[in-house]
Design a protein around this ligand. Structure first.
Ligand code: FAD
Length: 524
């Protein structure tokens, strides 16, 4: 007892099972399961936990077909159940087929090693070992089709995309891409193995694996990915215009959908940063979020002053907004009082003196932060973009904070953001999560580059925690960012796992959130 649990339900993508849930979960399930019976005091198990967490995250999209779970046999309350499953040493890995009727202790996983890639491939093989009678309904047919079938697919139009993975016999990429696309609709993925040279030439394929795409309107061609890796293919297919994440909303809520139809949609480029988003975000922050308080005093007021200082000195937007922020900052910095009514801030933001050339829109106009329904994305999206912009600007303009009392501190921007989020961000749970991450690791940030990467990494942690959450916009599924199409150089494959090249990520962030990437289209 007393040992820390290795997996946390809700935090990790691993399904955490216990004596009360393991039978119900694995018996007669519509999905197959891979369960690790472990002990939280076993050294091997502790060492292996990061791999298991990474695997679960890596195959999160496969969950309707096969799930990665863990059960702690060191818990007193789980002892009996571990005996019933005949677990003698830790960790023990067991597969459970879908739709098993009688109790089973599962099938042992046998592999040459327990590397992430080995286990993932074994999961694919295990799925394929199901029969027609117990095939998990969410799992696509994994067997290859014949080259001849491709031609008939090209002739037939049924309103959705068909992607055909062309690969060699031993490859798992096609099946992994098929499983990655399970939560998405309007797309079917097929695979063709070891097609002959003449056939490949006809499709224009020069190397394997490749992906040939048939669009809903019947046009077809090879897709162009920077690297022939699973993550690149999957990410490309997920971002096709007709492809959507299946809605998790229960039927009977069509009104929100109807409203979405009525909303005007602004086309935009995901590789750009829009002034309209940043300015709409500032409007919400200053006129809506702060308005929840009637007065600002003491530590709260200092938090606001520091945050506004950072924004005023670093915001790269248009001059009228920058001047307004400067005016607000100077006023806050010079206040002799420890308490001000919120209305005083509002008067200033609304520029009651009507000084020309000083102005912040009082309209909300989301562009890159548009949601497919009004309650999705918007303000919280714009806040993230503002925060990333601030860390990047602080690196690009090291003198910007001179004279404010914040100069020379590589953590200054992150600390101001952290205190703002904890004190003012309307989403309380968000503030608490963010504070927890800050407590764990913000102290290790020593340079402005590390500050940029810290925020990027934490934002990705939030993304991965929120994947599949009701607040996820089906049109903007949560995924590690930047995706391979936005930054091919940021992605590598290390031992079968999509991994980051952090030097390239840093360069990308500096470009993406740099002032030259800011466009004023749609700005009021
Ligand atoms: P967002 O996550 O808002 O991202 C906005 C844009 O930033 C993306 O479209 C992309 O262009 C870019 N981006 C994405 N990832 C990265 C990255 N790693 N680095 C740099 N840029 C990136 N919601 C909850 O339900 N629970 C929470 O605990 C929670 N915590 C939050 C904490 C903070 C500080 C903030 C600002 C928001 C939090 N939210 C939380 C809201 C949630 O993170 C999203 O903002 C919201 O779900 C809208 O998602 P989105 O699709 O617009 O993308």
């Amino acid at each position: 007892g007393g040992a820390a649990r290795l997996y946390r339900a809700g935090e990790d993508a691993v399904w955490v099972l216990d004596s009360g849930s393991v039978r119900g979960a694995t018996a007669n399930s519509s999905a197959a399961w891979l369960v690790q019976f472990y002990s939280s005091w076993c050294g091997h198990c502790i060492g292996y936990a990061p791999t298991w967490r990474a695997l679960a995250r890596d195959v999160q999209d496969w969950a309707a077909a096969i799930r990665v779970a863990a059960l702690d046999c060191a818990e007193d309350s789980n002892r009996e159940v571990c005996q019933a499953y005949d677990v003698h040493y830790y960790p023990t890995f067991r597969y459970f087929r879908a739709f098993t009727r009688d109790f089973t202790a599962g099938e042992n996983f046998k592999g040459p090693d327990r590397e992430l890639q080995t286990v993932r491939q074994a999961m694919v093989d295990f799925l394929q070992n199901h029969t027609d009678a117990n095939w998990p309904p969410a799992c696509p047919a994994l067997d290859p089709i014949r080259p001849g079938d491709v031609l008939s697919l090209i002739d037939r139009r049924d309103g959705h995309c068909v992607a055909i993975m062309l690969e060699s016999g031993g490859s798992y990429v096609g099946r992994e891409v098929m499983l990655d696309l399970i939560p998405y609709e309007n797309i079917a993925v097929k695979r063709v193995l070891d097609a002959d040279q003449a056939f490949l030439e006809k499709l224009g394929v020069s190397s394997l694996p490749s992906c040939y795409l048939i669009h809903p309107n019947g046009s077809h061609g090879l897709i162009d990915v920077a690297k022939p890796l699973r993550s690149f293919f999957s990410s490309y297919l997920k971002s096709l215009p007709h492809v959507r994440k299946k809605s998790l909303l229960l039927p009977g809520k069509p009104s929100a959908e109807e409203k979405a139809e009525a909303m005007e949609w602004r086309e935009f480029d995901r590789s750009k940063l829009y002034t309209a988003d940043l300015e709409s975000g500032l409007h919400c922050l200053l006129r809506v979020e702060l308005a929840a308080r009637s007065a600002l005093a003491g530590a709260e007021l200092r938090t606001l002053t520091d945050f506004i200082t950072v924004v005023a000195k670093l915001f790269p937007g248009r001059p009228p907004v920058r001047r307004l922020l400067e005016m607000l900052q100077e006023w806050l910095a010079s206040l002799p009082l420890d308490r001000i009514p919120y209305n005083a801030v509002l008067d200033l933001v609304d520029n009651k003196m009507r000084i020309s050339g000083i102005f912040l829109t009082n309209q909300i106009r989301w562009v890159g932060c548009q949601g497919s329904r009004p309650e999705l994305r918007g303000y919280s999206c714009s806040l993230w973009k503002l925060f990333h912009t601030l860390t990047v600007q602080a690196g690009a303009r090291p003198d910007a904070l001179d004279g404010t009392g914040l100069e020379g501190d590589p953590q200054a921007v992150l600390q101001a953001i952290r205190r703002y989020v904890r004190t003012f961000f309307g989403c309380k749970a968000c503030g608490e999560h963010f504070e927890q991450m800050a407590q764990e690791s913000l102290g290790s940030v020593k340079t402005s580059d590390q500050a940029i990467l810290w925020l990027w990494e934490k934002h990705n942690l939030v993304n991965s925690r929120l994947a599949g959450h009701p607040s996820e916009d089906p049109r903007f599924p949560k995924a590690p960012w930047p995706t391979p199409d936005l930054c091919p150089a940021c992605h590598e494959e290390t031992r079968g796992l999509d991994s980051w090249n952090e030097d390239q990520v840093l360069l990308f962030l500096k470009r993406h959130y740099g002032s030259s990437n800011l466009v004023h289209t749609h700005a009021a």
